[in-house]
Design a protein around this ligand. Structure first.
Ligand code: NAD
Ligand code: ZN
Length: 354
């Protein structure tokens, strides 16, 4: 890379201090690419729930972040420089990004379980992220994408990977499934479950706005626990059987409980949602006597999930575009954060202007 070809400064959204809020600022364009790194020109970034936590500076953020740092981790972009040892990617390639930067040498990494790397670093949390015009990432984390895929879709492939990972915890084709929580990831999971022939697909959420999207993405039955007895409704709808699979994508204890109540004996529950506090479970009746399987789902399997996710989009089995409800210039990021905090958006993408 010849550093002279690039501007020295770019606009970026940073966490400046250990306190709530984010700030648009001038930030140096990353320099000194390592031999195994690439420099990506960010075409679209997307706001994730984690970014809202970082904005609010909650306990989790305070425990994990050392400001100042460029935030953001979801993005689609174009490679503009490659390190001396990078031969499988070239300038001009379109990429999405795996946000978990693994060490490559811990036991988990060495046994094909990089998604639970013991030394993981997260883009936009531990190292400078994607809310900027340029981001430097390990070449391994730059996932090549077809050039006809819109930037905005590339920018939401990372959470899409969470959905794909959860749906494929077991084979659910031809099976009944309950998806609790119709946030962006739950909504993506509906589309994947439908694409692979799961059904009926039942979805719960406490937001009518989100339940409308659930219908659009292909849910057969949507239920609002604030307005109806979800367990009774699901049992009636499934002729008293309950569901074969539960994909938990809310992190809400009541939803988790409902999932365990209605999962059939011999079924499984895949847990992606992150509860803020400890959750109680009736292990005897919900797990042991029903002989169900529980999966904890974190991140994306590297890189099996990415291959699946890419194919589902490339072959038009899944269309994520309806979920991108808003796009703003990077400098207008506050508008996007505001809409998301009010629950009036699904995915908001940001467009760097430099
Ligand atoms: P989100 O917060 O937008 O979605 C959660 C949805 O759950 C919201 O639509 C909310 O209205 C709904 N909800 C709240 N209470 C509910 C209830 N009682 N019943 C049904 N629905 C209810 O977030 P998201 O980005 O879609 O992520 C989903 C979850 O996954 C979050 O908990 C997030 O923290 C977690 N997450 C986990 C991983 C991982 O690797 N395990 C990665 C990303 C996100
Ligand atoms: Zn590792």
């Amino acid at each position: 890379m010849t550093d002279e070809n690039f501007p020295t400064e770019m606009s970026a959204i940073i966490k400046k201090e250990k306190q709530p809020g984010l700030e648009l600022t001038n930030w140096p364009v990353p320099r000194n690419l390592g031999p195994q790194e690439v420099l990506v020109n960010v075409k679209r970034a997307s706001i994730c729930g984690t970014d809202l936590h970082i904005y609010k500076w909650d306990q989790w953020s305070a425990a994990h972040m050392e400001p100042p740092l460029v935030v953001g981790h979801e993005m689609g972009g174009e490679i503009v420089a490659v390190g001396s040892d990078v031969h499988h990617l070239k300038i001009g390639d379109h990429v999405s990004v795996e946000t978990h930067i693994t060490c490559g040498h811990c036991m988990q990494c060495l046994t094909g379980n990089g998604h639970i790397c013991e030394n993981v670093k997260i883009l936009g949390v531990h190292v400078d992220g994607t809310y900027a015009s340029y981001v430097k990432i390990p070449a391994l984390n730059a996932i090549p994408m077809p050039k006809n895929m819109p930037w905005e879709v590339l920018s939401i492939m990372e959470p899409f990977g969470n959905a794909v990972h959860t749906v494929f915890a077991e084979d659910i084709s031809g099976k009944s499934v309950l998806i609790t929580g119709a946030g962006p990831i739950g909504l993506m999971a509906i589309a994947v479950a439908k694409a692979i022939g799961a059904g009926p697909i039942i979805t719960t959420d406490i937001s009518e706005y989100r339940l409308d999207f659930a219908k659009k993405m292909g849910a057969d039955l949507v239920l609002n626990p604030k307005e109806t007895d979800v367990i009774n409704e699901i049992l009636t709808y499934t002729d008293g059987e309950g569901v074969e699979a539960v994909l938990e994508m809310s992190g809400a204890e009541p939803a988790i409980h409902q999932g365990f109540e209605v999962v059939q004996p011999g079924g499984h529950v895949a847990l992606l949602g992150l509860p803020q506090n400890n959750v109680s479970l009736n292990l005897t009746d919900w797990v042991i006597f029903k002989a169900i399987r529980i999966y904890g789902i974190t991140g994306r399997r590297m890189f099996e999930t990415w291959f699946r996710a890419r194919k589902l989009l490339q072959t038009n089995r899944v269309n994520l575009k309806p979920l991108i409800t808003h796009s703003f210039k990077l400098s207008e990021f506050e508008k996007g954060f505001d809409l998301l905090m009010k629950g009036k958006a699904v995915k908001v993408t940001l467009i760097p202007e430099d």
